[in-house]
Write a protein that binds this ligand. Structure first.
Ligand SMILES: *Cc1c(COP(=O)(O)O)cnc(C)c1O
Length: 410
């Protein structure tokens, strides 16, 4: 029996076949069961901010596990209070801000959904979200996720959610005094690292404020310094009403949070929400240590600099398969000229590089924030080799990809 047989038999089929089985990680590298090393520029989907087995992560986890792991939300713990204060400071909420702790991104967005309902009450039944944005897989967050194909097997959805194209004009036309909240992803990661139009967040802030609706920013993928600010909304100089975080803040430990600003911080009252595990001492100690290390090592600025280095390097490859890059900092979408992203990911794995394809013509690159020149250079070499492998296969094939009939052959 191979591990593939075990996985095929025992694991739920909601995921496709696993590409490899990893047994160990260190820094930006992971090793499979055969001892093969891979450069990990997916980082567990923008999760492993400090890379694998970082001493700060290991120390915080083991020390807290040996001290106090979990007591329930009937009680407070020092790491929980430390992380709440840290998140408020980094998000810039001021004193009024509050933090709700969850165990995942979807749970953080579920809390945001309930916040929107508490704000809206009976007078504001409408919740607005953007077409193609991703907010999670639970029934509540799926209702917020503007992808009909994902919703279809699970209809009916929680009512009240409407989807808008990502234009300021569509927002202006849609928002009225019956809207409880607008939720936006500042860069649509799962949709293929798609940027919002210039000025969108500032306009969204102005329009929602004018109508008394909450602006909720889903920073689950963009947060924790990845885009070159602690949170992507900070590039635009706005103050939202709520921000959700997860992925990168735990550095590999599952944790999420909803951070509220101003009067949105007064909406929850005892009995309106809760979680057994949310905010437990183990998770909050790790997240606090991870964020402290990001701060100490100035990895937010590094995300900008390393992101620019990777973008310049990818452009300089001059590959016919690459049309450009999207995203910000170390949240990078590499746009392909042909719908061969899955083939590029497979070729990359063969060359010892982990990346992924959020759609058919985009490669997503979200490495640890700790990468240096060595990892960047190695990535560029492995990525170039992967593109060449795919290009050679296309030449052998001799025809444009069948899925792109409108494409002009190079
Ligand atoms: C990953 C992600 C989620 C869902 O997070 P989970 O931890 O998988 O539940 C929600 N929103 C965005 C923007 C994400 O990238």
């Amino acid at each position: 029996m191979t591990w593939q047989d075990d996985a095929g038999r025992d694991l739920v089929r909601s995921f496709g076949p696993r590409m490899a089985m990893f047994v160990r990680g260190e820094g930006a590298y992971v090793w499979d069961a055969d001892g093969r090393r891979y450069l990990d520029f997916l980082a567990g989907i923008a999760v492993n901010s400090l890379g694998h087995a970082h001493p700060v992560f290991v120390e915080a986890l083991t020390r807290q596990a040996a001290t106090l792991a979990h007591v329930s939300n009937y009680f407070a713990t020092p790491p929980q209070l430390e992380l709440a204060a840290r998140l408020k400071r980094l998000a810039g909420t001021g004193d009024e801000g509050r933090v709700y702790f969850a165990n995942s991104g979807a749970e953080a967005n579920e809390a945001a959904f309930k916040l929107a309902r508490l704000h809206g009450g009976a007078d504001r039944p409408r919740i607005l979200a953007l077409t193609d944005a991703f907010h999670g897989r639970t029934m509540g967050t799926l209702a917020l996720t503007g992808k009909p194909a994902m919703q279809e097997p699970f209809l009916p959805m929680t009512p009240g959610v409407e989807f808008l194209p990502s234009t300021i004009a569509a927002l202006e036309a849609a928002v009225d005094d019956r809207v409880a909240a607008l939720i936006v992803e500042p860069i649509k990661g799962e949709a293929g690292v798609v940027d919002l139009p210039e000025g969108y967040l500032a306009a969204a802030r102005e329009i929602t404020a004018r109508h008394g609706a909450l602006l909720i920013v889903d920073e689950i993928q963009t947060g924790a310094g990845r885009t070159g600010e602690w949170f992507a909304f900070q590039h635009e100089g706005i103050t939202p009403d709520a921000v959700t975080v997860a992925k990168g803040i735990g550095g590999g430990f599952p944790i999420g949070a909803l951070i509220t600003f101003g009067s949105a911080s007064d909406l929850f009252y005892p009995g309106t929400h809760g979680s057994t595990f949310g905010g437990n001492a183990l998770g909050t100690a790790v997240a606090s240590a991870v964020l402290a290390e990001i701060e100490r090592a100035d990895l937010v600025a590094a995300a900008s600099a390393r992101g620019a280095q990777i973008r310049d390097g990818v452009e300089a490859l001059g590959s016919e398969l690459v049309s450009g890059t999207r995203g910000r900092g170390l949240l990078i979408g590499i746009a392909l000229t042909r719908p061969v992203a899955k083939a590029v990911v497979a070729a990359a794995a063969e060359h010892g590089l982990v990346i992924n394809a959020p759609n058919d013509d985009t490669i997503r690159v979200v490495p640890p924030l700790t990468i240096g020149d060595i990892e960047v250079d190695e990535f560029l070499a492995l990525f170039a080799a992967s593109l060449r492998t795919v290009q050679d296969a296309l030449l052998l094939d001799g025809s444009p990809h069948p899925a792109s009939p409108s494409e002009v052959p190079a």
